[in-house]
Design a binder for this molecule. Sequence first.
Ligand SMILES: NC(=O)c1ccc[n+]([C@@H]2O[C@H](COP(=O)([O-])OP(=O)(O)OC[C@H]3O[C@@H](n4cnc5c(N)ncnc54)[C@H](O)[C@@H]3O)[C@@H](O)[C@H]2O)c1
Length: 301
Amino acid sequence: MKILVLGSEGFIGGHSVNHFHSKGNEIHGVDFFEKSNHQIFYHQYQLDDPGCAQVFKTVEFDYCINAAGNGNVNISVTQPEKDFVANTQFTFQILETLRVYSPRCKYIHISSAAVYGNPEVLPINETSPIQPVSPYGWHKFMSEQICKEYFQLYGIQSAIIRPFSVYGPGLKKQIFWDVYMKSFQDSTSIELWGGGEEARDFIYIDDLISAIDTIIKNSSMEADIYNVASGQMTFIRDAVAILLQNLDNQKIITFNGESHKGNPIKWEADISKITSLGFNPMVNLKEGVAKLANWMKIQNN
Ligand SMILES: NC(=O)c1ccc[n+]([C@@H]2O[C@H](COP(=O)([O-])OP(=O)(O)OC[C@H]3O[C@@H](n4cnc5c(N)ncnc54)[C@H](O)[C@@H]3O)[C@@H](O)[C@H]2O)c1
């Protein structure tokens, strides 16, 4: 297959490239950077560069995986327009480019569990109420609607994934990276936001990529939505304790009791829709965090 990965140099994009390349597919990547870190056909473009459409004109792709959105809730709160452009407007531009130049290319859209905000009922399934608490969540929800519009009106096939908290080697943001950076501070404790009783459904990056693979193989691609998570809820305080243990770090974690604007409190996913396609998460949190800590130790050397 010929697969185009938008955001090929990022966390999810890079792991997607590695996986699908290792399976013998022809991989093309688009990103801002001058050079790619991967042995692929690389096209340096910003998504709003008119030249980017040239990539779709010259190669007939089977799939386009869009891993180029803004993945930072805090930026969406302070710069909502920037987030809207990255997560909503660019989704429209990509789908419009597919409609005009490559209507047989199927589109994998990476949305987010942020569309659910603070759910009243756990676990969350794909029909749970949409009630985002951040511009990021709203903009992701709008981007999903555009996928549905392009499927229903123009027949552009797509699948929408709502990842929960993805982690693994290469991710230099969010809670684990924050704790890792603070582990170098000259103090006996590490202060984090919140009260520690917040909880997330963590999914290791290899499992997320396996979910995308399952969708490519088995989804009907009718703009269907899939939760992608482990299906296990973990308290933040427990997750960071596992990381510190693996980093051989003795610091004490404290919580400042303040909530971070835009961040939900507890997430646990119902993943029965994607498991019914054949997906099974393989890496539990202890194994995944151990792999993450090993990667972090290499960064340090
Ligand atoms: N990491 C997570 O936990 C998580 C969870 C849910 C959803 N997501 C979504 O997955 C997607 C990818 O997230 P990530 O964590 O891999 O992000 P990332 O920042 O690591 O990667 C994004 C990549 O896209 C590139 N890019 C961004 N805008 C671009 C543009 N206009 N033109 C060309 N290249 C551009 C960046 O240079 C970067 O290499 C985002 O849409 C994010 O919202 C991530």
